[in-house]
Ligand binder design. Sequence first.
Ligand SMILES: Cc1ncc(COP(=O)(O)O)c(C=O)c1O
Length: 359
Amino acid sequence: MSIEQVLALARAEVRALSPYVSARMEAGRAAVMLNANESPWPPREDNGLDLHRYPEPQPEGLRGRLAALYGLTSEQLLLGRGSDELIDLLVRAFCRPDQDAVAIAPPTFSMYALCTAVQGARLVTAPLSAESFTVRAEALREVCQDEVKLVFLCSPNNPTGGRVPLEVIDHLATELSGRALVIVDEAYIEYAQSPSAATLLSRHPNLGVLRTLSKAWALAGVRIGALLAHADIVTLLQRIMSPYPLPAPCVALALAAVDEPGEQLMYERVRRIIEQREQLASRLRAWSGVQEVLPSQANFLCVRFTEAERVYRQLGECGVLVRNLCRYPGLADALRLSIGTAEDNARLVDVLQRVLEAP
Ligand SMILES: Cc1ncc(COP(=O)(O)O)c(C=O)c1O
């Protein structure tokens, strides 16, 4: 399958669009800058960031650093305001309202369905297996009929925590070659400590991978995510992206955080989270009132309780916030517990024990 066949899957009107060329895209920097109607003076507090100037549309420093971390070239990365923005861009570029569809394997991250609904596209689903909450590859293939242009797979999956095996992704991308793009959302991959689907990119031009700085990198407030994909897909999506998606202060903060010491710190914290996750899981499995703790490769546990609603409410009353999964199919009796610091987790265990022992 060629990249031209993949691009042909995008909406014709998007392919035909002449992209908006912002001043910063047309020309970089010069001694006298009078091409973007900016203020000639910086604001009072500038922190050396040249805040009176529009930022780089795709900041090369950060793009290069993340590309090196992910083992790709800069051209294969599209940076956005969190992976949320990139999910939205993909749906808008590839799905015509009332005609095309998106396939997902619920229960999964809700933004895929939301962006599909906002675009007026159809959602088709191949639910995870009811016993193990794993992707049913055969069922997924069956729902991927002609109108499906995008398949979102979340690995590790939010909110269940399990991974999609790379072989499943590899086969699906092969089978959907020329028909649809497979997008693997790896927001939590650092906690899984296993290879990324980015290792399959060179074999499948119809594959994309979403990464984010919001989780293991501890930068949720900075709002930076990346789509890893063929350079031509990156260029296509840039046509419908806002001209300056990434604020200069966010880029500077992100760049400072993802240097080598930052990477070491990130992996050290990942190790602590995994340790805490496994301790908490085995502790919870021993308690009556806990029906099941799903195996997790992320920074959270999906836990089924005999009385999930009451547990949720009483935890909240004691100042411990967890996520109620009652709206997710197959998880009406489950709560998602993020792994916090050792102190946070100890407090959770303490309160949870009291709640579960209460009549
Ligand atoms: C699976 C998954 N993908 C994407 C996101 C959004 O991440 P970002 O902060 O990069 O927009 C989340 C956030 O919770 C998530 O769980």
